[in-house]
Design a protein around this ligand. Sequence first.
Ligand SMILES: Nc1ncnc2c1ncn2[C@@H]1O[C@H](COP(=O)(O)OP(=O)(O)OP(=O)(O)O)[C@@H](O)[C@H]1O
Length: 233
Amino acid sequence: MSAQGLNLQHVSYKKLTKTILNDITVEIPLGRLVVLLGENGVGKTTLMRVISDLNKGYQGEISLAGISDERRKSLISYSDDLTSFRSKATLSDIIAFYQQGYPDFDLKRVNELLNFMRLDPLQRLGSLSKGNREKLIIALTLARRTKLYLLDEPLSGVDIFSRDKIISSLVKWIDHDSLLIISTHHLSELEQVIDDVLILKDQRLLEYRNVEDIRQNEGLSVEEYYRQTYLEN
Ligand SMILES: Nc1ncnc2c1ncn2[C@@H]1O[C@H](COP(=O)(O)OP(=O)(O)OP(=O)(O)O)[C@@H](O)[C@H]1O
């Protein structure tokens, strides 16, 4: 397996008797911004949880930056749903918890991100709207200085103006040798910033492809290509 990037070799995952991911093999270099696509229930969240080692018992091999055992977890920042925090907790309390739990948590970066998201550290978690809670999750996820960031449908409740602002600044928050994988059902908004697409269909990897390659060689937007590929295969 390659020492660089995220490398999945024949990864399969079952829940009870149901196959959710089937024989997924892909190598994604670091330094990319990748969008993960596929219809509801196809396994996007499951794939992120398997990569993060939160869903145990998968088959196959996964390595990140050359680390192929469970130590890879320490290199992965996966968007937390924050359900383990009490609603009375302030954003500062949550940040203190992250700071204790993650040696790579960057306090300066999280403060910049909170400021960028217009979130007040003194606010309580329970008082946040859905969209603001999502902004907090993005801020906490991106505030770690690590190799792989996994954002699972991070923007579904965020208003269009904030969405545009966050999307156009995504690359700014992560180091150039890190990998960001983001799942979404709103591909068109991300088209201009992403490097690659990863498409799941029927438990399998349908495609991993560079977006420039799609535009130049297929003459299609990424969204057009996604629709065409999904329906044809
Ligand atoms: N705890 C569970 N028990 C049984 N099946 C599960 C469980 N969690 C997920 N699944 C199944 O795993 C499959 C993949 O779900 P997953 O949440 O990964 O899909 P997704 O692509 O993220 O969907 P969406 O776009 O709707 O968020 C689905 O068929 C779902 O029903």
